[in-house]
Write a new protein. Structure first.
Lengths: 506, 130
């Protein structure tokens, strides 16, 4: 039993249990919550280091060998995502110390925050499809509570859309899992990779479509994204940042896993469809953003748009494309969450999220302006920031498979992203303060700035020293396009040999 | 047996989706409950209906003797029922709060009522300035 693999789930769950017992004692809760998030980040670093040196790690629960028991599998993708979740968890925990009001903390923000982190980590690490459903539900219920905590009207109104869409997605996911079990008799993902090719192609594709819709709602792809811009701007900024950065990417992760390991029987159809979805998602998201004038609503629509780039990398189904999708995802989590956090600081000074009521931040608060430029222009894909490399890789992958229309769409959407970011820049930072608005005096609390600076430094590191990040992304791309290693680690040599003999692996 | 149950699952799904697409959010939740039951029945059916002894391994043996029933679908359904119960209760509470604060459960009125809420009289307005 490899305790390190279970730790990213058990640790936050134990923390949450402890935090429930400490309900009402805010200062102890705050300290414990932040320290635990930092410790979880340390655990994630160790996990990734172990995976990088020893290869794919596997735990079989209860001594039941796969495919009979539940497996936890940490390949490079899972380990990287757990690490990113650790970074986001720590950044948001620190930011929330100043951003969240005591009322929400008393209502149970701290325990739910850690349940959410546990659910996300569980979804990344599990190697069993039904177990994935359970982790999804865990992170969902935590996110429901966090989203509606405080009971403000717009939170309830946005929350009901979020809850409705995600509950329907869960039903579809469970339907897919049930039918998949009926067709193959197994739920272990590695075992499914082995047995799905024996299922009639039509049935396999039908199942793939069910999973595409279920994961697609969670990932907010076209035409299933409507719940996201309706709800993500309503909770406090710290929660918005965690949702905007992390949560939709769990859906993208599930798509990446599902459409490389399981549903590869009819790539021309499934991944061809993904390419269409990617293109339309990019365009619709960015156009939606262009029509908005509220800081967080613009950012919410951009989440949708950028999910399109990640799905585009997946649709090419080459090592470069999938590595690019992962690189894009990690870059986007940092940059997007950071923009939400920056919006929070801008509100701290200007008192509003409405661009019309903001202004003069460049003149009066140059540090915040610099931090915004780093995150925003990285998002828009300016060289040499991380977003430029992310787009470059995905687009180069497009060149390789000669998907010209999609490449053209990606470039065009990049320009529109720049338009949106420039709009925020002009209105909130460059233009003079509107009449009757005064900026709050004094620098914003250091605890609000610290996570923003840290995430900006990560964005810069991914841009200026991108080589190690690329190496990792390349390795993930190779691992996902040839899942033999995954099957070998979970099921052993005989199964891996059978997998290769089936000729599924390229 | 499986074919018969498949028709039942289809009917429950149809009813569930009909309710989910109604304008009234309470109907939506009822639809969700139906869907949830339908999915459980689907998992049960997909696991094959078979007659057999309970899957218990006799003492001293390492595998069950004779034909045993498949226990896995039951385990899956049990988990799904618990999760479904929790989510349904949350959705109900959310609806209750929404109705208390906005005064409507109709999806086509939500936007308008957000601008001009008509909270249920007698309840304290938490957003009123203190």
């Amino acid at each position: 039993m490899n305790a390190l693999l279970v730790a990213p789930v058990v640790w936050p769950l134990a923390t949450a249990a402890l935090l429930v017992l400490l309900q009402g004692r805010l200062s102890i809760q705050r300290t414990l919550s932040t320290a635990s998030a930092a410790a979880q980040l340390a655990l994630a670093v160790i996990l990734l280091a172990r995976v990088a040196t020893e290869g794919i790690l596997v735990v079989q629960f209860g001594g039941w060998d796969a495919p009979f028991g539940i497996s936890f599998v940490a390949d490079h993708l899972a380990a990287v995502m757990v690490l990113v979740n650790g970074i986001m968890g720590t950044a948001v925990a620190v930011y929330a110390l100043r951003d969240l009001d005591a009322d929400r903390e008393r209502l149970g923000y701290h325990p739910m925050f850690h349940v959410l982190l546990a659910g996300v980590n569980g979804a990344f690490l599990t190697g069993d499809l039904f177990n994935l459903y359970v982790w999804f539900e865990l992170l969902l219920i935590a996110s429901f509570v966090l989203l509606t905590l405080g009971n403000r009207r717009e939170q309830l109104e946005g929350g009901i859309k979020y809850v409705a869409a995600n509950l329907v997605a869960s039903m579809l996911l469970l339907t897919g899992i049930g039918l998949l079990y009926g067709a193959t008799g197994t739920l272990n993902m590695a075992d499914l990779a082995l047995k799905l090719p024996l299922v009639p192609a039509g049935l396999a594709t039908t199942l793939a479509m069910l999973f595409l819709v279920a994961f697609g709602i969670k990932a907010a792809i076209f035409p299933l994204f409507f719940w996201l811009p309706a709800s993500y701007h309503t909770p406090p900024v710290a929660i918005s940042a965690l949702f905007g950065g992390m949560l939709t990417k769990v859906g993208v992760y599930a798509l990446l896993r599902g459409f490389t390991l399981l549903f590869v029987a009819d790539v021309a159809l499934t991944h061809g469809l993904l390419a269409w979805i990617a293109g339309i998602t990019m365009v619709v998201g960015v156009l939606g953003a262009a029509s908005q004038t509220e800081f967080r609503k613009i950012l919410s629509f951009h989440i949708v748009s950028q999910i399109g780039y990640m799905v585009m990398g997946l649709a090419f189904f080459t090592p470069l494309g999938i590595g690019g999708a992962v690189f894009y995802m990690v870059h986007n989590i940092f940059a997007k969450a950071n923009l939400f956090l920056i919006a929070g600081i801008a509100r701290w000074y200007g008192g509003s999220f409405e661009l019309k009521k903001l202004g003069g931040l460049y003149r009066h608060r140059p540090l915040l302006a610099v931090l915004f430029v780093i995150a925003a222009f990285s998002l828009a894909g300016f060289p040499p920031l991380s977003g430029f490399w992310a787009k470059l890789v995905v687009i180069r992958a497009g060149f390789e498979v000669q998907a010209w229309p999609l490449v053209a769409v990606a470039l065009f959407v990049g320009l529109l992203t720049l338009y949106s970011m420039t709009k925020i820049w002009l209105a909130a930072f460059w233009s003079p303060l509107p009449e009757g608005v005064t900026l709050r005096a004094g620098p914003a609390p250091a605890l609000l700035y610290a996570p923003v600076v840290a995430l900006a430094l990560l964005t810069l590191a991914m841009g200026f020293a991108s080589a190690p990040f690329f190496a990792l992304a390349e390795r993930i791309g190779a691992e996902l396009t040839d899942p033999t290693g995954y099957v070998l680690a979970v099921l052993g040599e005989a199964a891996a040999a059978a997998f290769v003999a089936q000729g599924v692996a390229p | 047996m499986e074919a018969y149950l498949a028709v039942v699952v289809g009917a429950v799904f149809a009813g569930g989706f009909y309710l989910v697409m109604r304008r009234n959010l309470l109907r939506f939740v009822f639809g969700l409950i139906l869907l949830s039951s339908g999915v459980n029945l689907l998992v049960f059916t997909a696991g094959r209906i078979s007659r057999g002894a309970p899957p218990i391994i006799p003492e001293g043996a390492s595998a069950p003797v004779g034909e045993v029933a498949n226990a896995l679908p039951q385990a899956l359904i049990l988990t799904a029922i618990v999760i479904g119960f929790g989510l349904t209760v949350f959705a109900m509470v959310l609806l209750l709060r929404l109705y208390e604060r906005l005064g409507t459960l109709r999806t086509d009125q939500l936007k308008a009522y957000l601008e001009a809420p008509q909270p249920v009289p007698g309840l304290p307005d938490e957003e009123a300035p203190a």
